[in-house]
Every structure is written in structure tokens, then in C-alpha cells.
Design a protein around this ligand. Sequence first.
Ligand code: CP
Length: 308
Amino acid sequence: MSSLSTKHLLGIKDLSAEDIQLIFSTADNFKEVLNRQIKKVPSLRDITIANLFFENSTRTRLSFELAEKRLSADIVNFSASSSSVSKGETLIDTVNNILAMKVDIVVMRHPHAGAANFLARHVNARIVNAGDGAHEHPTQALLDAYSIREKEGSLKGKKVVIVGDILHSRVALSNIFCLQKMGAEVMVCGPTTLMPKYISSLGVKVSHNLREALNWCDVANMLRIQMERQDIRYFPSLREYIQLFGLNMDMLNSLKKPVTIMHPGPINRGVEITSEVADSVQSIILNQVENGVAIRMAVLYLLASRVD
Ligand code: CP
């Protein structure tokens, strides 16, 4: 297989295991390029990409931009806070104006679930979802799964626990779809109030006990509490959350076997994990960031080279 089955990357739900495998093997090639002295290839020399960020981002925005530059694409950047969106312009009008400038691929982050799917139905360009509300964050899940594969050798049969605010997390949902498609077992762990009611129907194990979850898994992906998406209080106090679901070195060192620690960022040090855990030898957090560039190069390259 040398071509993706989808025209856009809107969510992991739309990808097959073969698509994910193709993205990984393409990323392997680009990772080799990124370790060369000259890190740039001409693969997307005639392609123009618009990065539309309607919501804050550090890692994803920089990682896409770097991936695009490494592939020699022409790029335009847009952030909602400094645009005419603040003057009342609609999403479709904003994007159609950008497309009139002959853009081939749109990478978009948006606070509303479904925004990327909406765009894909209305504009004539490849769309890459860089995170839409609490729905999906496909490139994050791809780089997470790729990093586990790199560390553990394979995803098949690996046990991965996702800890924290599952209810508001697009990272959790995309990770669940991606890991299951690649043969891993998934558990989610957190307070009952931060678990979606439908969670068991996704075929994941559910735990409300951090020690039990960590003793079950090979890999723990620690999520932050998404305060910006919470309209009510979901737990009595941050102190209580840290006591029950925060990971510190005492807990990590007392587990039955070593556990690989991941975090999609941004980290709230001292909340979901302590600084010592984030910076420990068991943490692959910076490997995730490094792999993000190769994964995004692979996604952009495969979408641009796909013949309809
Ligand atoms: N992991 C992630 O999406 O981080 P940013 O919000 O900084 O892009």
C-alpha cells in the first residue's frame, strides 16, 4: 500500500490500520532525513499550506510549521486572535478568502468539535485536523502511538493507560482509536466525573484507582485537566485531584515494573505529574515532540501525493 485511503485527515476513526502503518513507515524515512546535516527535502516544493489556528497551540503549530518547512512547502499562518474573525467573519468566509490565494492544504485547529469535517465538506483543499474541540487530535495520537512503537518495539499487545480528564480530551479519544487499531489494549483512569458516560462502549477498561491502573500497564499517558473546557467543578479541589490521580516518583518507584511515561503537553507540573516524573529516565515526553515533526511530514506528504 502506497496511498492513504482518505483525502483528508479529520480523525483517526477514518483511518485503517494499513493507513496508520503507511504513515509510520513514511515517518521512519522522514525521521532519518531529520537526523541528517541537511534536514530539508523538496517533496512539497509546489504545495502551499495554510495553518489556521482558531485556538491556542505551541507544540502542534510549531511542529506543523517545521514539518512544512522541512518539506519545502510554501506556508501562510493565521491565528484567530489577530485576524478579522474578531470582526465577526465566519469560518467559511475566512477559509474561502485564504483558498482564493490558491492554497492546497489547510491545517486547522478549532475550539468546536466537527469544524474540520465541516470545512472538508465545503472547501476544495486537503484538510488536516490539528485538534477540534473535545473531538479528535489525530496527529497527536499518531505521534503518541509512533513513540510507543519506537520505545516498546511494537504496539501489538501493549497495555496503555490514559490518565486524567478523559471527558474533555480529544487526545484521549484519538489515542483510543489509534492504539486499538494497532492491537494495543487501552485503559482509561480518572475521577468518575471526568469519564464520558459512553466510555465502556469504546472497548476500553475503566479504572478510578491510579496505582491499580499503573500496575496493569506498560505505558501511562498522563493528561492535563482541561480547565478551559470545564464550565462546572468536576472535583472538590485540585489538592484532592493531585492526591488521587497525580503521579510522583514515590508512586512510580513503587510499581511492580517500570512504566513508560508520556504526556501530550502542555504539562501542569505538580498537578498530573511532578517535575521529577516528567524529567525522569522513564519519560519519553521530548521523544513525542521530536517524533511529531516526522509524523506531520508523513501526513502532509501522503495527503499531497494522493491521487483522487
Ligand atoms: N499537544 C498539543 O496539542 O499541544 P499544543 O496545544 O501546545 O499544540
